[in-house]
Design a protein around this ligand. Structure first.
Ligand code: MN
Length: 264
């Protein structure tokens, strides 16, 4: 096969310019899963002054179907109501193109979880929307595959996208996933894409989350996504990685300082 000449590398990524450059890190927080209205009230009371976006699962793509919680649309409506009255954007994970219509009224920002990170049909569909989209890098994906996924997302014309680094599979067994700080540095060096560090899923170990999130900000991340819970050890999901509100508050303050320092 004759090649007609070198293909441009990631043409849509290369053209991408952030709409509104930020002056402080984007802070996204919430529990792994929304569990009850009581939990929701406690979370909102504690995190609202520190966050831009609120996140929390209303269904779960569990490793085993028997451990999925199923849809919790009533909770999604309640979360959305609280987010709107607090003036915050509600981030909702979307697994399937067929779910978009159902969750759209309660969603200001779509998140594509890592297991869907190469679901190109979903990425193209969300690229055709105008709401912001956060794409989590799959734990197996190379830099090239990640840029390819971003090309699919950008191909619909959506100019409000974020990449999220949430760790890779590795041989290390002191963490669940190994956060790739070098991916953050590389993306900031090679593109104008905004990238967010998720050290909660990127380690799976609560004691390490704050240090790793701050390392991500120091490497150039535009913001952080973190799981916190009123009673971390008793969180219904991802209990081992949830921060307390005090830990979250301290992390958010330090992240602002480091963000300002590395961008001077
Ligand atoms: Mn989680």
């Amino acid at each position: 096969m004759t090649r007609l000449g070198p293909e441009p590398d990631y043409p849509l990524v290369q053209l991408y310019q952030e709409q509104q450059p930020r002056t402080s890190p984007l802070i996204i927080a919430g529990p792994c899963s929304w569990e009850s209205e009581y939990q929701m009230d406690t979370v909102f009371q504690s995190i609202v002054p520190f966050v831009d976006f609120v996140r929390g699962g209303v269904f779960r793509a569990g490793t085993y179907p028997s451990r999925e919680f199923g849809w919790k649309l009533a909770l999604l409506r309640e979360v959305h109501k609280r987010a709107i009255s607090a003036g915050k954007k509600n981030v909702v994970d979307v697994l399937d193109i067929r779910d978009i219509e159902t969750i759209d009224p309660y969603t200001e920002v779509y998140q594509v979880g890592m297991r869907q990170a190469q679901h190109y049909a979903l990425l193209r569909e969300l690229g055709g929307q105008r709401k912001p989209v956060i794409l989590k890098r799959g734990s197996w994906m190379t830099y090239d595959e990640t840029m390819g996924a971003m090309e699919h997302l950008l191909s619909g014309g959506n100019q409000n996208v974020f990449l999220c680094e949430r760790g890779s599979v590795s041989h290390l067994d002191h963490v669940r996933w190994e956060l790739s700080i070098s991916t953050i540095a590389k993306v900031k060096r090679a593109t104008n894409l905004p990238i967010i560090v998720d050290a909660s899923h990127g380690s799976g170990v609560a004691d390490l989350v704050s240090s790793l999130a701050l390392a991500g900000i120091a490497a150039g991340a535009d913001g952080l996504l973190v799981e916190c819970h009123p009673d971390p050890r008793n969180s219904l999901s991802d209990a081992a990685q949830a921060l307390s509100f005090d830990e979250f508050h301290s992390l958010a303050l330090k992240a602002k300082e480091i963000y300002a320092l590395v961008r001077d």
